[in-house]
Each structure stands twice: as structure tokens, then as C-alpha cells.
Ligand binder design. Structure first.
Ligand SMILES: [Zn+2]
Length: 245
């Protein structure tokens, strides 16, 4: 069969795929499809296109002839029978159900992720709290006052177990571009970074525990500055407080 002999059948395939052909045209195309693999492929593609609308394929324009035919059929269908309506309604219902399912799975995944993050945050809070309690009850722990213009609190220093803990009240929340950074200060007045932290949104006090790589006895003080998010190699920003051991 030549290309030209195919043409009228090919043009009818989109309409056939959605049941919009006349009975005569349907019968003619159906018998042509039995013997023509390339038209069957075309039909399969159109059906797949319908199913894949949910997965966002780039839109394809229907042929102008099909559009006209559909428009006139839709107008006609309002006055006559509801056959087409029933068929489209089940398709529509399936489509809506799929969209709802997709939205629900997306929502569940998002929910699960945020629950995991929340759980990790609470675990951190509990561990920090337990460390602070153990330090407070440990006889050798020194408690030093943090008392600057902007914040108050305590610095717990455990030279034997090599732990430093900060408990600071009313530490202002920072915007996303900034972080607090803690520095250990040595006798030569040099600063060694001991980590970055942000205040918890739901608490009026901020706790931060440092387990220094070097012995804390090598240092003579602790300072906290405001640095760009991610922290700096050396202090560059405003000092929040400084405590001498
Ligand atoms: Zn064909």
C-alpha cells in the first residue's frame, strides 16, 4: 500500500483512538488496521499519548480536521445521546484518581522527610541536654558566666573529660546567609574554629557542645562571632561574647 493510500486512514487514527469516528469510518479503519502494522503502531502511540498526559509529555496538536470533527460532535452530543459522555466520564474519573494518588504520594514523601528531619533535631536536643546535665552534675566541671551586651548564659568547662558546653539565653535568630561560629582562643591569641551553630526556633536558650580536637587546657578562652553561612577560617564578623577560662 502506498503512502497516499494510507493517508485517509492515518488521519482518522486520532479520532478512532478516542471513539469519535462514524460507524462506517470505524468499520473501514478497523479492517484496515487488521492488515496494516504501521497504522496499528500509530494508533498505539495515540493511546499511549492519552495515558501519558499525567506524566507530562510535551503537548501534541491534534490535526485540524480532527479538532473540527470533535467540536461538531461535542455540540451534537449535547442535543442527542450521552454515549460519548459516559466514555469520557470514566476516562476523566480515572485521570482525576491518578492525579489525586500522585499528589498523595508526593505529600506522604514530603511528610515523611520532614518527620525524619524533626526526629533528628529532637535526638540532637536530647543528646545535648543529657550532656549538659552530666556536666552540671560532674564535680570537676567549671561554670563560667557569659555576660555580654546582647546575651547571657553559662559556659561549662570540663577539663578532665575535654568538653565545653555553651548555654546561652535569648540568642537572636540569624537570617539564612549567616551563622554563629565558636572559636577556641590559645595563649598566643590565635583562634581555632570549634564549629558553627544556629539557635533553635522553638527554644529561648541555645545549647552547643564542643568536643575539642586538642586538649581544652591548651586554650585560654572561647569566643562566638557572627559569620557568613558555612563559617569562616578566622573570625570576620561581629563578636557576640567572649569568655576567658
Ligand atoms: Zn495503514
Amino acid at each position: 500500500m502506498t503512502r497516499d493510500e494510507h493517508a485517509p486512514f492515518l488521519e482518522n487514527i486520532p479520532a478512532y483512538a478516542i471513539g469519535a469516528l462514524d460507524a462506517d469510518e470505524t468499520a473501514a479503519l478497523a479492517s484496515h488496521l487488521e492488515g496494516c502494522a504501521s497504522c496499528r503502531t500509530e494508533l498505539a502511540e495515540y493511546r499511549a499519548l492519552g495515558e501519558s498526559l499525567l506524566t507530562a509529555l510535551p503537548p501534541r496538536q491534534p490535526p485540524a480536521a480532527l479538532r473540527k470533527r470533535l467540536q461538531s460532535r461535542l455540540l451534537g452530543a449535547q442535543k442527542t445521546k450521552r454515549l460519548t459522555f459516559n466514555w469520557s466520564f470514566s476516562q476523566l474519573a480515572t485521570g482525576i484518581a491518578l492525579v489525586v494518588l500522585l499528589a498523595m504520594s508526593f505529600y506522604s514523601i514530603t511528610q515523611m522527610r520532614s518527620l525524619q528531619l524533626e526526629q533528628a533535631r529532637l535526638n540532637r536536643q536530647i543528646r545535648t541536654g543529657q550532656t549538659v546535665m552530666s556536666m552540671l552534675s560532674y564535680p570537676a566541671t567549671e561554670r563560667l558566666a557569659i555576660n555580654s551586651e546582647s546575651v547571657v548564659g553559662s559556659l561549662l568547662l570540663d577539663r578532665e573529660r575535654n568538653i565545653v558546653a555553651l548555654i546561652v539565653w535569648n540568642m537572636p535568630q540569624l537570617d539564612e546567609t549567616k551563622t554563629y561560629q565558636i572559636w577556641l582562643i590559645n595563649p598566643q591569641d590565635e583562634r581555632v574554629s570549634a564549629g558553627i551553630f544556629r539557635p533553635e526556633d522553638d527554644r529561648v536558650y541555645t545549647t552547643y557542645i564542643v568536643f575539642p580536637e586538642q586538649s581544652v587546657t591548651d586554650f585560654v578562652g572561647v569566643g562566638v562571632t557572627i559569620e557568613p553561612a558555612g563559617g569562616s577560617d578566622q573570625p570576620t564578623g561581629e563578636r557576640v561574647f567572649k569568655v576567658d577560662f
